[in-house]
Design a protein around this ligand. Structure first.
Ligand SMILES: C[S@@+](CC[C@H](N)C(=O)[O-])C[C@H]1O[C@@H](n2cnc3c(N)ncnc32)[C@H](O)[C@@H]1O
Length: 281
């Protein structure tokens, strides 16, 4: 069976920012806030893709970051739907959805990285999808849309990067039409994470340090006004990436103790990957 890839897995595999910097893509600077580190890290990653001017090489690069098939299967995008993708990154997921919802639907992406938005807009133009695919520079905590706008709000590997997850979930629900669904894929913790790993910025930027348990996500979803909550554990599909020492090498963790802690935590099955779905009342 073909293995599904998460964006985080791909970024680890690809050592994504090598073309523009000797640092790995999510190498934080200590004086930055966590949010600034995330913004800068992903900004570098999307800028490295923006530097490739040909549509074919952009597509090749983006093939490492296409929407997780499980999410699209759950979403079932169809003509006329209005879908919002929070943390749309290089725009690949939005553009995939735009092909399905055109001509009357809308696929909208939001990201706080200006480089990601610029890249996504260029790609929409290249693929003649500008009428269906929109991209907005905005923070997940303050979405620039009226209440009850979308049929579905999705996110992939993004909520784990947001500190105030409850607020971000409330915003998702606010812009969702009644009966619409929040569908998210994210890293989850399957055991309590050691404090040292929680505090490791690099791990945070790689979607692991800020991850919470499935139960915590479900609780937050309920509090945000979602019902009929369903969770699907995709951990097996990404097990190879989260259980190997090679991940630590790719993460470029300099200190051996932290590296060992990451390996131990992953070996004990501490990191998982899940799909979470909820419906607005
Ligand atoms: C791991 S990438 C995932 C990109 C895309 N969803 C994918 O699956 O390829 C995380 C993205 O979320 C964006 N992001 C993180 N926190 C955000 C926030 N608070 N508001 C908006 N975008 C955010 C980052 O800029 C980055 O583009």
């Amino acid at each position: 069976m073909k293995k599904e890839k998460s964006c985080c897995e791909s970024s680890v595999d690809a050592n994504c920012c090598e073309p523009i910097s000797a640092e790995s893509c999510c190498q934080p600077i200590d004086t930055e806030s966590v949010e600034e580190a995330v913004k800068r890290s992903y900004g570098q990653l999307w800028a490295s893709q923006l530097a490739h001017k040909s549509a074919s090489s952009r597509k090749k690069l983006a093939s490492m970051f296409t929407a997780h098939r499980g999410l699209l299967k759950e979403l079932k995008p169809r003509e006329g739907m209005k879908v919002l993708d929070i943390g749309s990154g290089n725009g690949e997921t939005v553009l995939t959805i735009a092909e399905k919802v055109k001509p009357n639907g809308k696929a909208v992406g939001v990201d706080f990285s200006p480089e990601g938005i610029e890249l996504s807009k260029e790609k929409a133009k290249e693929r003649e999808l500008e009428d269906v695919a929109e991209f907005h520079l905005a923070d997940a905590a303050e979405l620039p849309f009226p209440d009850n706008t979308f049929d579905a709000v999705i996110s992939e590997c993004v909520v784990s990067l947001i500190q105030d997850k409850q607020r971000a979930l409330r915003e998702k629900v606010r812009v969702l039409k009644p009966g619409g669904r929040v569908i998210m894929h994210d890293v989850v913790t399957l055991a309590p994470m050691p404090k040292s790993l929680r505090e490791n910025r690099k791990l945070y930027c790689d979607c692991v340090g800020g991850a919470v348990s499935l139960e915590e996500y479900v609780e937050m979803m309920k509090k945000a006004g979602l019902t009929n909550i369903k969770t699907v554990d995709f951990t097996k599909g990404v097990k190879k990436m989260i259980n190997l020492d090679v991940v630590v090498k790719a993460l470029n963790v300099k200190d051996d103790k932290t590296a060992q802690e990451i390996v131990n935590f992953a070996r004990k099955g501490g990191v998982g990957y899940a799909l979470l779905v909820g419906t607005k009342k």
